[in-house]
Design a binder for this molecule. Structure first.
Ligand SMILES: Cc1cc2nc3c(=O)[nH]c(=O)nc-3n(C[C@H](O)[C@H](O)[C@H](O)COP(=O)(O)O)c2cc1C
Length: 217
């Protein structure tokens, strides 16, 4: 097992990435790469590894799904009482990585983080399947629970309140659940190339415009 991790090597025979090939707006470039990943059948192409600064000062990472990607940044949804939200309240900065390994591509984003509006969270919550809406009510995200029966009992209590049927009462968004937006200040697009001479293009904000630099791999 460890031998294969040491020796397994994939050559990245891809077309490459040049400043002339990319959009001046990094979000447009992200959307193009996301669409490529979707069309290539990459599982969950909107999944990003989100890193925050832990309350102990150390880094902390987990995967979340980007549910909005527009000129304002990346929106994701979670429990506002959970660990990542408490970390973001204390230090509203984050980084995210999209890894589209089948395409030998990676996008890194760094930026500031803010809550999305209550209306935006309501609108997104309303699009979720009822079972996910009830799950949001039931789960005390990031808290220690004795065993799975605790969760099942909480789901049963929420189902008793709202009903399980789609024709039942509309499930309101819990006040402790909603969206955050990662507002990018820096991006990097990475394209794997042969002989580990990969292409890296970094976007930084300078005088209100995005500047693009090539980085050594
Ligand atoms: C593919 C995938 C998608 C996920 N999407 C989300 C998400 O959108 N929101 C969320 O809160 N957790 C999501 N999770 C779970 C998180 O990785 C994490 O376990 C959870 O948010 C608790 O993190 P925290 O304790 O650091 O707050 C996802 C996990 C995976 C593997």
């Amino acid at each position: 097992m460890s031998d294969s991790i040491r020796s397994r090597r994939v050559q990245y025979e891809t077309a490459g990435l040049d400043v002339d090939d990319v959009y001046g707006d990094p979000m447009l470039q992200w959307q193009r790469w996301h669409d490529d990943a979707f069309e290539a059948g990459v599982a969950e192409p909107n999944a990003m590894t989100l890193s925050t600064i832990g309350l102990d000062g150390g880094p902390d990472s987990r995967i979340v799904l980007a549910r909005g990607a527009d000129e304002r940044g990346f929106a994701f949804y979670t429990n506002y009482s959970g660990a990542k939200s408490r970390q973001l309240e204390a230090k509203p900065v984050a980084s995210a990585v999209f890894g589209w390994l089948d395409l030998h591509r990676q996008v890194r984003v760094r930026g500031t983080v803010e809550r999305v509006s209550g209306k935006e969270s309501d609108d997104y919550f309303a699009t979720r399947p009822r079972s996910s809406q009830l799950g949001a009510w039931a789960s005390p995200q990031s808290e220690v629970i004795a065993d799975r029966s605790v969760l099942e009992a909480r789901v049963a209590a929420v189902e008793a309140e709202f009903g399980t049927d789609d024709d039942g009462e509309t499930v309101a968004r819990p006040g402790f659940w909603g969206g955050w937006r990662l507002v990018p200040t820096e991006w990097e697009f990475w394209q794997g190339r042969p002989s580990r001479l990969h292409d890296r293009l970094r976007y930084t904000r300078s005088d209100g415009a995005w500047q693009i630099d090539r980085l050594a791999p």
